[in-house]
Design a protein around this ligand. Structure first.
Ligand SMILES: C[S@@+](CC[C@H](N)C(=O)[O-])C[C@H]1O[C@@H](n2cnc3c(N)ncnc32)[C@H](O)[C@@H]1O
Length: 222
């Protein structure tokens, strides 16, 4: 994208932010991001968050999803929030600053959380370059790592909610997800912009690490 096109698209983004219903609502209701309303809508329909749960929020900054999760799990529960960006502290949330592409960091988190997590939620998204093929590849890589991470930390029957982008690699990802979980449903909350290719996949009933995904993991991190 040229610099003129880029600045026009940032201008459009700013204009949209100022007028967007969910941005205004988030400001009014004290959520750190409009993204909170995507999780709230999924929660209303699927009841994935319950009191006492241990939840890990991937790509958590600025913290809208973590706010929703912390409220739902209550004081008996636990929320871990991981992001490459710093995040302001939040009651009931343990914040970890780190990069999912850093295998050493990832291994450290896995060894702390292995087999202890009821729900992994991932709203991770790469910085957008504007080149569709590059952005799609980056988003796919993040989604793959998020799944590999979830498979290492989830309890049996645990759940996994992830943002993905429809396009190349989508069907393959769905297939792998379906082999590791009893059921996978697609969600497109109202707060997710209609024109955007993003959708949320909710995988319920974690079975166990499949040979296929374990192979991918070992190849990548061994
Ligand atoms: C759409 S935002 C998440 C918004 C958040 N769910 C909320 O409700 O406030 C996506 C996040 O993914 C994070 N992210 C992108 N790549 C990452 C990586 N490699 N490791 C950790 N976090 C990453 C970004 O820093 C960004 O904060």
């Amino acid at each position: 994208m040229g610099s003129k096109a880029k600045s026009q698209s940032s201008k459009r983004w700013l204009e949209r932010q100022h007028s967007d219903h969910y941005v205004l609502l988030a400001r009014e209701e004290g959520y750190r991001s409009r993204a909170a309303y995507k999780l709230l809508e999924i929660q209303k329909k699927d009841k994935i968050l319950e009191k006492g749960m241990t939840v890990v929020d991937l790509g958590a900054a600025p913290g809208g999803w973590s706010q929703v999760a912390a409220k739902c799990v209550g004081l008996e529960g636990k929320v871990w929030a991981i992001d490459i960006l710093p995040m302001e502290s939040l009651n009931g949330v343990d914040i970890i600053e780190g990069d999912f592409h850093n295998a050493e960091q990832l291994e450290g988190w896995v060894s702390t959380l292995e087999g202890k997590v009821d729900l992994v939620i991932s709203d991770m998204a790469p910085n957008i370059s504007g080149i569709t093929s590059v952005d799609q590849a980056r988003a796919s890589a993040l989604a793959e790592i998020a799944l590999l991470f979830a498979e290492r930390v989830l309890v049996k029957n645990g759940e996994f909610l992830i943002k993905v982008f429809q396009g190349s690699g989508f069907q393959e990802y769905l297939k792998i997800l379906k082999s590791s979980f009893k059921e996978v449903v697609v969600r497109k909350p109202k707060a997710s912009r209609a024109g955007s290719r993003e959708v949320y996949l909710l995988a319920k009933g974690y079975l166990s690490t499949t040979k296929e995904t374990r192979g991918v993991y070992l190849e990548r991190y061994a």
